[in-house]
Design a protein. Sequence first.
Length: 308
Amino acid sequence: MAMKADYIWFDGAFVPWEEAKVHVLSHVLHYGSSVFEGIRCYNTKGGPAVFCLPQHIKRLYNSCKVYRMEVPYTPEEMTRAILETVAKNGLKECYIRPLVFRGYGQLGVEPRTCPVQVIIAAWEWGAYLGAEALEQGVDVGISSWRRMAPDTFPASTKAGGHYTNSQLIRMEAVDHGYAEGIALDVYGYVSEGSGENLFLVQDGVIFTPPLSASILGGITRQCVITLARDLGYEVREMFISREQLYVADELFFTGTAAEITPIRSVDHITIGQGRRGPVTAALQAEFFKIVSGEVPDRYHWLTPVPQG
Ligand code: PPE
């Protein structure tokens, strides 16, 4: 699917997609000084609606706070701009990428002399780990790359620079023929995928690594925890070891892009029956019913896109 739409919101105004450019000496290009979000808009029965928009706005501003970036717009202005970006491009179902970055000023590691700039782009984006993934599950491997130690990078912030780590994990996985890699944390416990959180099902109980396992505090992760508890499952945040993955009944990834993606093997070891398990299927079904508007939005996860 082509990554293309008509307009990008750039520092407060819409510019044509091709004209959304920055200088090559922008701080962000040299030092990874950006924070961002990945948000999905679903084409519900009641029209396009953005999934968990307040939660994404909150995480974006929290990431900025940690990295001392002063966003020149209020959260309300950003919320409005995101909704306008979807509407302006006539998109129904799309992925939205707000990015706050340090622009062109002075080079050198201390970033605060550079202006803080903001863009919002949106485009159509299908299944993240391949079209078959949601049904068939994916094959993954444990990465030789670890997630960052807690006192090196703030893992719970969604900063551009952190994704050099994700890129190493993902490239290694692809080179080994896997769809994705799972990284351990610095203590050897299971952390997450290069762009997804991880869940394990064992004897009907659902487990997921805690925030202290160097994970990104995923918004989909939180939704799945809420959904699972409401469906009557016990959910425990717990440190997970590598071998627990191998013997799990079910494993699945969560993420904005990945949604809820089953995992059918780890390091070539078959997980459960080697296909989407019943708990994963139940959670997926309920998730997709909510985001399609088939059942009421009982958790207020959807913000309708005003059609102008
Ligand atoms: N961990 C990481 C490292 C991560 O990047 C994501 C999202 C998650 C967990 C899940 O978080 P959430 O989306 O809030 O449920 N990864 C985003 C970027 C993917 C990309 O390739 O770019 C995403 O899914 O939008």
